[in-house]
Ligand binder design. Structure first.
Ligand SMILES: [Zn+2]
Length: 954
């Protein structure tokens, strides 16, 4: 009996296990469904369509609309493979009220970007359409509901458009080709134990997309796009009555088919026996073993009982994860990384999964270490101290979301409602959820958690053991894997000991600094402080978030100040120092000490800059902790040989396989070509570099930059009171050491290749290519010039969608980006990255250059430029309410000594850009006599054959 219970990880039996009644639990009947909280209206139309409505003003003047259909690839018939996803594409190809592509064009005209904002997603069990709408005009809301309605029952499915879309979908499938797809092809039938999920891969196959009959597509739409399987979610800055009225008007008339096909959950059968499988593929960048324990049908019942069970799962999962991190920090780590816990397999099925990324020792030590931790938790449970920490952390994170409840974005509400529709998750609302957690969490005892862990974490249950690895080393035989797993499961392990940790980071400096200057800038809402040690701060108190304070600081300096021979150590320095802890505390001790406290600070050595970042909750204690962490970063380095060796071992293992992926080889050639192999070029680290890493040299370089805070302007944005935070800032920022140090960047002569330079990389076996272009050259930076360049890039991105994708069907995704840099020399760079098939690279390249030429000759239409500007307006609104954006903008203004006020009139200045400006920018920046082109093409088939074939299951 017990074994059966243990296997049905989340079956009713387990739910019953914690029901041992205690006084404080009495408030919540475990079998009672958690009532839906206030603020949201969940309704059902008479045709069965579910709707969720909520008025929400974050962000203002915006409405988030979704159409969710409980139909995905799992419902496809044999002649319909890939058509759930294809249907989603056809939604943008014409419908009752919109001509082909008109939805996209119209959305762009009101500032919504196709792909980034407007989009749709298909999965096994559902399809979701995403429609964000700026509500400044009533017409937008009306039109958006019409679009949503058209998607629900008015998609046109014209034969010609279907055929044209095949090309784009094939391009999308092409982007997914590669090692991941090859591995999945072998694993999915095993993971889903032969169920229908195994051969309903989302998107279908090249063959199914080329050959399906248009009628099969229409049949899918007819069968499954029906009101009883749909939900409309509408959350935003609109009166709820209007939203409901719109939903009734647009969706009330929808009807279900007379004899609807049953929509049932597809069964996943439990494993019949333990089995091991090993497969290799030479493009795999790491070796892993995963253990998949039997899945169980466990839909979320939305009850207090299931809510409490999730709390227990998270407590156990969090503690186990922490222990695995600890194991990975040994000087000779048995694995690079490991995880273990419950995973949602489908909306209705869950299962326990453990996974380990192997280290240099291979599968035996990794599996032993992983399974021993699972056994340790089962046999001895968790300790009082670690349980308290886990509980405190959970409490703090719940408190945080409670504190932020007024700022919950419409997008976050929407996600919650979709989870309710698709998976049955409860919707108590933040007030009630806060009360539930406040009562449930303290009532959970360690004994109960440990009993729960024994049932949750599998023992020697049936399982699927899967090794997936590269071909640098031979794969272990399945029998060997099984023996290693069995040994790990049988290990007798000791209970874990834990040392007590200090209760505080540091004593405040005995003599605090003083504030020697203070000015207020009303228009920006900022206060500038100067401290007695010469360090300065800019404070931007905001109410965007109730429980967030962000910190940032940048000054010139960075890696390039050092000699070429020091470059490797300079590039590793900040990560290496961070991996060893902070002052007297190891990373683990830090974590323990700070459990339940939301505060962090880190430093980074950039190429030309020294950088500091910090986050905290808004309690004075947390802000102080963050400032202490900043302070300690300047107060020496914790030297720890063991953690240093652990860091190197893990890096080495990752770098050893790095060249396996075609992307890595492509990236290397790209950098080498662009910078002509300059010693300071920003190339990725390779294995040979690791040999040059020296602990003491890295520490020395770090100390050269981070022993002094001279020249830093600390920017703080978030929820705080300026007067109350001042003493804290004076105490910590005002006492940072400030000895002299160089405060300029060094121009090491890194420049881009000139003329037209072309390269080809042959890597990867799948028929996929990428065209990468870089246009570079000198530029005179000004905020307006920067904006003109951005307009140019965005217009090109519209054309890439319009011409390369929609008209020519050459690509699925891809685009341009670019900007002007002020240091170490003033220059611009515009890059394009466009994936397509090998046989189409030349056509695509020609089409792109034709568009560039057209832009240089004719400039953009006013309509194109307006689309770009409307999108900027949307972004600007969002940015002005983001602490992170303010920190980034103010630190950058402080770094370059530029005027921060232009954050305010950015939009007006952008509005003045004319089509002529963009045309001139195109002539200035698209110099077709000066660019670097690197093409990634597949390897020659013969050369590839010589090496071991891909994806060989054993
Ligand atoms: Zn798609």
């Amino acid at each position: 009996m017990r074994r059966i219970l243990a296997r049905s990880i989340l079956g009713a039996a387990i739910a019953a296990a914690w029901l041992a009644p205690t006084a404080s639990q009495a408030a919540f009947d475990p079998d009672a469904v958690v009532p839906t909280g206030p603020g949201v209206k969940v309704g059902k139309l008479s045709n069965g369509l579910t709707y969720y409505i909520r008025q929400n003003k974050v962000p203002a003047r915006r409405l988030e609309l979704r159409l969710v259909v409980k139909a995905g690839s799992i419902l496809e018939d044999d002649d319909q493979r890939g058509l759930a996803h294809f249907t989603e594409h056809m939604a943008f190809n014409g419908s009752t009220h919109f001509r082909k592509h008109e939805v996209v064009t119209w959305m762009q005209s009101i500032g919504v970007k196709f792909g980034a904002d407007l989009n749709a997603f298909t999965s096994y069990d559902q399809t979701m359409y995403v429609l964000p709408v700026p509500t400044d005009r009533q017409e937008n809301i009306d039109k958006a509901f019409t679009i949503l309605e058209d998607w629900a029952h008015g998609i046109a499915f014209n034969d010609a458009d279907i055929d044209k879309e095949r090309g784009i979908v094939l391009e999308e499938l092409r982007t997914r080709k590669g090692v991941g797809e090859r591995v999945n092809k072998v694993l999915m039938p095993k993971l889903f134990n032969g169920s229908r999920y195994a051969d309903r891969s989302i998107g279908g196959t090249d063959e199914s997309i080329r050959s399906f009959k248009a009628d099969a597509l229409r049949r899918f739409y007819r069968d499954w796009y029906r009101p009883d399987l749909m939900a409309v979610v509408a959350v935003g800055d609109v009166e709820p009555e209007e939203l409901e009225e719109q939903i009734r008007r647009h969706f009330g008339p929808l009807t279900n088919p007379p004899a609807p096909r049953p929509r049932e959950d597809v069964e996943i059968r439990p494993l019949a026996a333990t089995e091991a499988l090993a497969m290799t593929d030479r493009e795999l960048p790491m070796n892993t073993v995963s253990l998949h324990y039997p899945v169980s049908y466990a839909p979320d019942r939305g009850t207090y009982g299931s809510y409490r069970e999730r709390l227990l799962e998270r407590l156990v999962g969090g503690m186990l994860a922490q222990r695995l991190v600890e194991v990975g920090q040994q000087p000779n780590p048995p694995f690079v990384a490991a995880s273990s816990g419950i995973a949602q397999v489908t909306p209705r099925y869950r299962g326990y999964t453990a996974r380990v990324v192997l280290g240099a020792g291979g599968s035996a030590p990794a599996l032993a270490a992983l399974l021993q931790e699972q056994q340790r938790a089962r046999q001895h449970g968790f300790g009082e101290a670690e349980f308290e920490r886990a509980r405190k952390s959970m409490q703090r994170s719940h408190e945080r979301s409670y504190n932020e409840r007024a700022g919950t974005t419409s997008g976050a509400y929407v996600a919650e409602y979709i989870r309710n529709f698709v998976a049955g998750e409860a919707l108590p609302g933040s007030e009630a959820e806060h009360r539930i957690v406040q009562e449930m969490l303290p009532a959970i005892t360690l004994d109960e958690v440990n009993a729960f862990a024994r049932r949750l974490i599998p023992g020697d249950d049936r399982k699927l053991v899967i090794y997936v690895g590269g071909e640098a080393a031979p794969a272990p035989a399945p029998a060997q894997l099984l023996a290693e797993v069995a040994a790990g499961e049988k290990a007798v392990v000791a209970a874990r000991e834990e040392k007590a940790v200090a209760s505080r980071l540091m004593a405040p400096p005995a003599v605090p600094g003083t504030i020697v200057a203070e000015t207020v800038d009303q228009s920006l809402g900022i206060t500038r402080l100067g401290f007695s040690n010469g360090v300065t701060a800019i404070l931007k108190p905001t109410g965007f978030q109730q429980d967030q304070v962000l910190l940032g600081a940048r000054r010139f300096g960075g890696q390039n100040l050092f000699d070429e021979k020091d470059l490797v150590n300079a590039r590793h320095a900040s990560a290496l120092v961070a991996a060893m802890g902070l002052k007297d505390f190891s990373p683990l001790e830090l974590r323990r000490m700070l459990a339940g406290r939301n505060a962090n600070a880190s430093v980074q050595l950039g190429a030309d800059t020294d950088e500091i970042g910090g986050t905290a909750g808004s309690t004075p204690e947390e802000i102080e902790t963050m400032l202490q962490m900043v302070w300690l970063r300047f107060d020496g380095v914790r030297r720890d040989e063991g953690l240093y060796r652990s860091y190197l071992a893990k890096e080495e293992e990752l770098l050893r396989h790095r060249d396996a992926t075609p992307q890595a080889r492509f990236a290397d050639v790209l950098v080498d070509t662009l910078y002509a192999k300059h010693p300071f070029e920003p190339r990725a680290m390779v294995l040979a570099d690791l040999k040059k890493v020296d602990l003491d040299r890295s520490i020395a370089l770090y100390r050269q930059r981070f022993s002094s805070a001279r020249g830093f302007t600390f920017v703080l944005a978030g929820k705080f009171d300026v007067d109350r935070i001042k003493p804290l800032l004076a105490t910590y920022l005002g006492t940072l050491p400030v000895p002299e140090l160089p405060l300029a960047y060094r121009d090491v002569g890194l420049r881009y290749a000139t003329g037209v330079v072309k390269q080809e990389v042959k890597a990867g076996t799948e028929p996929k290519s990428t065209l990468a272009l870089s246009f570079t050259g000198p530029a005179a930076w000004s905020p307006d010039e920067q904006q003109r360049l951005e307009a140019l890039v965005e217009v090109m991105n519209l054309r890439i969608i319009e011409v390369l994708r929609e008209k020519m069907g050459l690509i699925y995704g891809g685009g341009m980006s670019g900007g002007i840099s002020r240091t170490p020399w003033e220059h611009y760079r515009i890059t394009a990255s466009l994936p397509t098939g090998p046989e189409q690279v030349e056509r695509m390249r020609a089409a792109l250059f034709a568009e560039i030429e057209r832009l240089k000759q004719e400039g953009p239409d006013q309509a194109e430029l307006d689309k770009v500007k409307r999108n900027w307006a949307q972004n600007w609104q969002r940015n002005m309410r983001s602490n992170a954006y303010w920190v980034a903008t103010l630190t950058s203004a402080a770094l370059y000594g530029s005027d921060p006020h232009r954050i305010l009139d950015q939009l007006q200045r952008a509005g003045k850009i004319t089509p002529e400006d963009v045309k001139l920018a195109a002539q200035r920046y698209f110099n077709t006599q000066n660019y670097v082109q690197v093409v990634l093409n597949p390897e020659d088939p013969k050369a590839a054959d010589k090496l071991a074939g891909p994806a060989t299951p054993r």
